[in-house]
Design a protein around this ligand. Structure first.
Ligand code: PA5
Length: 462
């Protein structure tokens, strides 16, 4: 399991201006947390509640179909190209970056065990898109296009470019190089898939994009590059079981949600830093940033009151950011709560040879980089705490599918509890939709003429 420590949030350690009396607040909120967890579990099967993400790990059917398709296409493609954005890409990126060999795409086919290289096209920068498309032999590339709505401009423009190229190269057979992950019934991609005869996977109803990592959205890319899905799903199931515990003292997600909520609303900690001490976990921070921002950044609560709440999440990485953001974290405004993620056992132990005797560096010889990483993380945590900066630490035994499944599900649950504490809808994203609509208007999509007029007026006013 994942170990969690929040002692450096306690007012006994960092003082009452910045810290919380944890025993007191756990007592005070114990019933509220009980009610929230029970209510989430009671509502999770009800349509319209957007809690289907809590059921994804129990969907044996999806797991079976994903695995079957992955084994069917194994060895047929050199490359896997994922088209998607936001929640349709970030989970897959976080999981593959953590679980695959860090330089997977440089390995030979044999070293990759016959599985393809993997590329995510999660932006529409014309330079990177063109370069990637020029570098891939598309005839040997499986393209997984992922979009729940089926009409996201970024993903669908990528798709239109890639489909056109594929069709020019492969003729009618191009369709076997495409697999679509989209809504069961709705959306243009579903329509196109049916017309063209693509293999498809379903993004279930009542799951917002940022909670889809354990649906076919995340699982299919992972299976296609040979990552063991059972390990991940077992991790999610075990974490789900442990998070059913309604006792706040026994529930990591509830503890961290309450700590963030109270630090934000009572102690002015309006930012949440996610700082893994592992390069492989770097993209878990990106995924967390979206989850925390889109879920909790809201202007109205459930009763329609204007609230404008939500902590700003910040990506950081240990140890690199000790030489970048840490100065600010230690001495700048005391407005952050820092989440460290530590790894107990790395896959490799790397020894530093004793080749110099200079006092300034001689001590490094004979030690391992692992020891150095640990020492630096310990030192950073103690320093931050000396500066009275609240911080919590998650420790993973190792980086594998089981622990990654646990970690991501834990953060999803923490976000859901936070949404309840703030009394907001953690599953919509009206602020994203508005910009999408303006883009459609600017690009001349039929039906968006009113938005186009509003935009024209605004531009003229500037
Ligand atoms: O979390 C979300 O709901 C969003 O980030 C979406 O995933 C993102 O906007 C992409 O949407 P779609 O999957 O419809 O293309």
């Amino acid at each position: 399991m994942i170990h969690y420590s929040c002692k450096n949030v306690d007012s006994m350690v960092i003082g009452s201006d910045d810290g919380l009396n944890l025993e007191e607040v756990f007592d005070e909120y114990s019933q509220r947390i009980k009610d929230i967890i029970s209510s989430l579990n009671q509502r999770k099967d009800k349509p319209g509640q957007y809690l289907q993400w809590m059921n994804l790990c129990y969907n044996e059917e999806t797991l079976w179909y994903v695995k079957e398709y992955a084994s069917m296409v194994k060895g047929r493609f050199e490359n896997l190209l994922i088209l998607g954005i936001g929640g349709s890409a970030l989970g897959g990126i976080a999981m593959t970056k953590a679980l695959l060999h860090p330089y997977w795409n440089f390995l030979t086919e044999e070293q990759r065990g016959g599985y393809p290289r993997i590329f995510f096209m999660d932006n529409i920068d014309p330079d990177t898109m063109t370069s990637l498309l020029e570098s891939l032999d598309l005839s040997k590339t499986l393209v997984n296009v992922i979009t729940k709505s089926g009409d996201t401009a970024e993903t669908m423009s990528q798709f239109m470019i890639v489909k056109d190229l594929l069709e020019k190269e492969l003729g009618d057979n191009y369709r076997y190089n495409i697999v679509a992950t989209t809504d069961k019934r709705m959306g243009i991609l579903r329509q196109i898939s049916e017309q063209e005869g693509y293999k498809t996977f379903v993004i279930p109803d009542d799951v917002s994009g940022r909670y889809t990592v354990f649906s076919a959205v995340g699982l299919l890319p992972l299976a296609l590059v040979g990552i063991n899905l059972d390990e991940i799903i077992n991790g999610v199931k075990d974490m789900d079981l442990s998070l059913k515990n309604t006792d706040i003292r026994q529930n990591i997600a509830a503890k961290n949600a309450l700590i963030h909520y109270l630090l934000d609303t009572q102690k002015g900690k309006s930012m949440s830093v996610m700082m893994p001490y592992s390069s492989r976990l770097k993209y878990v921070s990106d995924w967390y940033v979206q989850l925390w921002s889109e879920s909790l950044g809201k202007n109205t609560d459930r009763e329609g009151n204007s609230v404008h709440i939500g902590q700003t999440p910040i990506r950081a990485i240990g140890v690199s950011d000790q030489h970048s953001q840490m100065q600010l974290f230690n001495e700048g405004p005391n407005n952050k709560v820092i989440n460290f993620i530590r790894v107990k056992n790395f896959d490799n132990v790397l020894e530093i040879p004793s080749i110099f005797e200079y006092t300034g560096i001689g001590y490094l010889g004979g030690k391992t980089v692992n020891q150095l990483m640990d020492a630096e993380a310990d030192a950073t945590i103690v320093t931050l705490t000396d500066y009275n900066r609240p911080n919590v630490t998650f420790t993973l035994d190792k980086i594998d599918g089981y622990h990654l499944g646990q970690l991501l599900y834990l953060f999803e649950f923490q976000t859901a509890i936070s949404g309840e504490l703030y009394n907001i809808d953690a599953y919509n994203q009206p602020g994203v939709e508005q910009a999408k609509n303006y883009t459609y208007a600017l690009m001349g999509r039929i039906g968006y003429e009113d938005s186009a007029n509003v935009l024209r007026e605004k531009f003229n006013a500037v």
